[in-house]
Design a protein around this ligand. Structure first.
Ligand code: SF4
Ligand code: FES
Length: 224
């Protein structure tokens, strides 16, 4: 990989993303960087900054405590160019766990008046896992995902739990059966690096351990 150095004068409120955009505007218009919201919502500006996967738009340059900042692409996703990675496989893994509300009653689809109220405590079950912005930092940090491309990964697994915990969902049996395999929950070695880098506090490592319990209980129930 070719590395390049640039010198910039930055004020204390700059982020890594704004520094990269200065480079792109005034020093190197060919630099490829992906971003959209600039406020930690869209999940598109993930990269490795000073050796750690981070969102460039949420990383203040001064908070890094160094006059030299190294920036590179995430290594857990295929590289397209410069700082831009290919997320096709990431989104395939995400979709593979049915990350949507599954309902078994076909009739209710045609009833526009049907409502599914939830209590606050029912919402509290899944909300801690519902803040995922699909930035892929957890997958980049995961040692298993980096060595076993078949592993579905911490993002997809945390989202499987998010929907399993939703009182409106009826798809948990299928998800638990899908994930009862080495490339599913049993691939996780509980390194915990996914949770350390998640910018939204989703805690995929906790989600996967909870999911392992549910998968084991479900498998035992099926065998009985
Ligand atoms: S779980 Fe966290 S780190 Fe992983 S994709 Fe979602 S927001 Fe990003
Ligand atoms: S640009 Fe949207 S999260 Fe960084």
């Amino acid at each position: 990989m070719i590395s390049k150095s640039y010198e910039l004068r930055l004020d204390r409120f700059e982020t890594v993303l704004s520094a990269l955009l200065h480079i792109k505007e005034s020093l190197d218009p060919t630099l490829a960087v992906r971003y959209s919201c600039r406020m930690g919502v869209c999940g598109s500006c993930g990269m490795v900054v000073n050796g750690r996967p981070r969102l460039a738009c949420e990383t203040n340059v001064y908070s890094l405590g160094s006059a030299e900042i190294s920036v590179g692409p995430m290594e857990g996703h295929p590289l397209l160019r410069d700082l831009v990675c290919d997320f096709d496989e990431f989104f395939e893994n995400h979709s593979s766990v049915n990350p949507w509300l599954v309902r078994t009653d076909v009739e209710e689809k045609f009833s526009s008046a049907k409502e599914f109220p939830q209590t606050r405590s029912e919402q509290d079950q899944y909300l801690p896992f519902a803040n995922c912005i699909k930035c892929g930092l957890c997958v980049d940090a995961c040692p298993v995902a980096n060595t076993n491309p078949a592993f579905v990964g911490p993002q997809a697994l945390s989202q499987a739990l998010r929907y399993n915990l939703d009182s409106r969902d009826q798809g948990s049996d299928v998800r638990l059966e899908l994930l009862d395999r080495l490339e599913g929950v049993w691939g996780c070695e509980f390194a915990g690096s996914c949770s350390r880098v998640c910018p939204k506090g989703v805690d995929p490592a906790l989600a996967i351990q909870l999911l392992k319990l549910d998968v084991a209980k479900h498998a035992t129930g099926r065998a009985a």
